[in-house]
Design a protein around this ligand. Structure first.
Ligand SMILES: Nc1ncnc2c1ncn2[C@@H]1O[C@H](COP(=O)(O)OP(=O)(O)OP(=O)(O)O)[C@@H](O)[C@H]1O
Ligand SMILES: [Mg+2]
Length: 450
C-alpha cells in the first residue's frame, strides 16, 4: 500500500478526481486515528451518486483500499475517509479522563469509541434504548462490549446499576464474576441464559407494579421521587448461539425490547452472524440502534445497517453506528486490555465477607418472596372460603359482629313488633323478657360452638 501523508493527499486526491472528471475545491484535511478525513466541495451541478460509483477506482488509483465517501450533514462539503497506512490504537483508559467522558451526565453513558477526528463519542444507552452489535470474527465486538461495560462502571455506582452478562463462549466475561455490579454470576450455559431472560421479564413486570403504586411512569420519575432502583443492563455476547439453541428467545427479547425501557432494563446484543435467521425482522424492529463492525458481505451489512458499507470497514474496532434517527457515524472502538478491566473492577470486587452478605441478601430476597407468596395464597384461600359460605352463615357472621348491645336492641324491637301484632305489651312484659333471654342463651351457645 502506498504511504499517504496528509500533504501528499492534498495534492493527489484533487488530481485523481480530475482524472475522473470530478471537479471541486479541497477543504480541510484532518488526521484521525484510523483515516484522513478530507473535506471536498463538489463543483456546482456535480452528482454525488456519480462520485460514489467511482470510489473503488479512485481508491485503486490512489493505491489504498477502503476509501469511504459520505455527505456531511448540513454542509456543502463531502468527506473522503482515506485509511492511514497504519491505524492507531485508541486506548480506553485515557478516554475516561477526557472532557466528553467526564461531562457525560446521561442516565447510562457509554463510550462507543472515537470519531474520525479522534474525539470520544458518548451515547446514552437508556435513550437507544437497546443496542444490537454485529461483526465478523475478530472485528472487535468483545472489546467493544467490554468498553461499554467499563464506561458504565466508571460512571455508575454498584447500587445504581447491575449487569446480567450472558457469555455462551465462556471466556469473554469471566473477569466480571464476583463483582458488586453483577445481579448474578456470569451466565455461560444456555438453559440458564433463557431462564434469566424470563426472569428479567418478570422483574420488569414487578417494576411496573411498583411504578403503578407510586404513580410514576418510568424509572427516572421513580428516582426523582426518592425511590431506589438500579438500572439493569443485560449483555449477550453471541446471540446466534442462544437463538439457535432456543427459538423462543426471540419472543423473550421482543417482550423485553418493547417494554423494558421505562423499567430501566436495557439490552446489548452482539452476534458474529448478522444473517436474517439470527437478526430477524422482529429483532430488527425492536432494536433500532445498531453498531456494525466489519462484516463479511454487503448482504450482512444490509441486514444490520440497512445499507452496504460495513464490509469495507478495516476491522480492529472500526465500526459504523446507526442511530434511531437514521444517522450513520463511523467510529473507532476504544481498545480495552485485560489490565483495564482488572484495574477498573478491583475496587468493586466482592471480598469474602461482601460475598457472604451478597449471598445472604439474595437468600433473604428469596425468603421474602416466599413469605409474600404464601400470604397471597392464604388471602386467596380466605376469599374462596368466603365466596363458598351460604347466606345463613353470612347473616350469622353479621349478627356476631353486632355486639351484645345491638343484638339486645334488635331482639327487643323484633319481639316488640311480634307481641304488638298479637296485642300484647312490649319489651317490659315478663313474656318478652323470657323470650329475649331464651334467644340470647341460644345465641351464646351457638357462638361458643363456633
Ligand atoms: N478497538 C480496537 N483497537 C485495537 N485493536 C482491537 C480493537 N478491537 C479489537 N481489536 C483486536 O482484535 C482482536 C479481536 O477482537 P475481539 O475479540 O473483540 O473480536 P470479536 O469480534 O469479539 O471476535 P469473535 O467473534 O471471534 O469473538 C483483539 O484481540 C484485538 O487485538
Ligand atoms: Mg468475541
Amino acid at each position: 500500500m502506498t504511504e499517504i501523508v496528509s500533504d501528499d493527499i492534498k495534492v493527489r486526491l484533487p488530481h485523481t478526481l480530475t482524472h475522473f472528471g470530478i471537479k471541486g475545491e479541497l477543504g480541510e484535511v484532518f488526521e484521525g486515528p484510523l483515516a484522513y478525513d478530507v473535506q471536498f466541495k463538489l463543483a456546482e451541478g456535480s452528482k454525488f451518486s456519480y462520485l460514489e460509483g467511482l470510489i473503488k477506482d479512485i481508491a485503486r488509483e490512489l493505491g489504498v483500499s477502503g476509501i469511504r465517501v459520505t455527505q456531511i450533514p448540513n454542509s456543502v462539503y463531502i468527506s473522503f475517509e482515506i485509511p492511514l497506512p497504519q491505524a492507531k490504537t485508541v486506548p480506553f483508559a485515557p478516554i475516561t479522563y477526557s472532557a466528553e467522558f467526564v461531562r457525560a451526565t446521561y442516565a447510562l453513558p457509554i463510550c462507543v469509541g472515537v470519531n474520525m477526528h479522534g474525539e470520544p463519542v458518548m451515547k446514552d444507552l437508556s435513550k437507544m434504548p437497546h443496542l444490537l452489535v454485529a461483526g465478523t470474527t475478530g472485528s472487535g465486538k468483545s472489546v467493544g462490549l467490554n468498553s461499554f461495560i467499563l464506561s458504565l462502571i466508571n460512571k455508575k455506582k454498584p447500587e445504581e446499576l447491575k449487569f446480567v452478562l450472558i457469555d455462551p463462549k465462556r471466556i469473554e466475561f469471566s473477569m466480571y464474576n464476583n463483582q458488586k455490579y453483577m445481579l448474578r454470576p456470569v451466565i455461560t450455559d444456555m438453559n440458564s441464559a433463557c431462564a434469566s431472560l424470563t426472569q428479567l421479564a418478570g422483574e420488569m413486570e414487578e417494576r411496573y407494579s411498583v411504578f403503578e403504586k407510586e404513580m410514576v411512569r418510568n424509572i427516572g420519575e421513580y428516582h426523582k421521587k426518592g425511590g431506589k432502583m438500579p438500572y439493569i443492563v443485560c449483555v449477550i455476547d453471541e446471540f446466534a448461539d442462544l437463538i439457535m439453541f432456543d427459538k423462543t428467545v426471540e419472543k423473550q427479547v421482543q417482550i423485553l425490547a418493547q417494554k423494558s425501557r421505562a423499567a430501566g432494563i436495557h439490552l446489548i446484543i452482539a452476534t458474529q452472524r448478522p444473517s436474517v435467521d439470527v437478526i430477524t425482522g422482529t429483532i430488527k424492529a425492536n432494536l433500532p440502534t445498531r453498531l456494525s463492525y466489519k462484516v463479511s458481505s454487503p448482504a450482512d451489512s444490509m441486514t444490520i445497517l440497512n445499507t452496504s458499507g460495513a464490509e469495507d470497514l478495516l476491522g480492529r474496532g472500526d465500526s459504523l453506528l446507526l442511530e434511531e434517527n437514521g444517522t450513520l457515524t463511523r467510529i473507532l472502538g476504544a481498545y480495552v486490555s485485560d489490565d483495564d478491566i482488572m484495574n477498573t473492577l478491583e475496587p468493586y470486587r466482592c471480598k469474602m465477607e461482601d460475598k457472604k452478605t451478597y449471598d445472604v441478601i439474595l437468600k433473604e430476597k428469596k425468603e421474602e418472596q416466599k413469605v409474600v407468596l404464601s400470604q397471597k395464597m392464604q388471602e386467596a384461600e380466605q376469599k374462596k372460603a368466603e365466596q363458598k359460605k351460604g347466606v345463613f352463615a353470612k347473616i350469622w357472621d353479621f349478627w356476631c359482629r353486632l355486639g351484645k348491645r345491638n343484638q339486645n336492641r334488635i331482639i327487643n324491637m323484633v319481639m316488640g313488633f311480634v307481641l304488638s301484632m298479637f296485642g300484647a305489651k312490649s319489651t317490659t312484659g315478663s313474656t318478652t323478657r323470657n323470650l329475649r333471654n331464651a334467644v340470647q342463651k341460644t345465641a351464646q351457645k351457638m357462638s361458643k360452638k363456633r
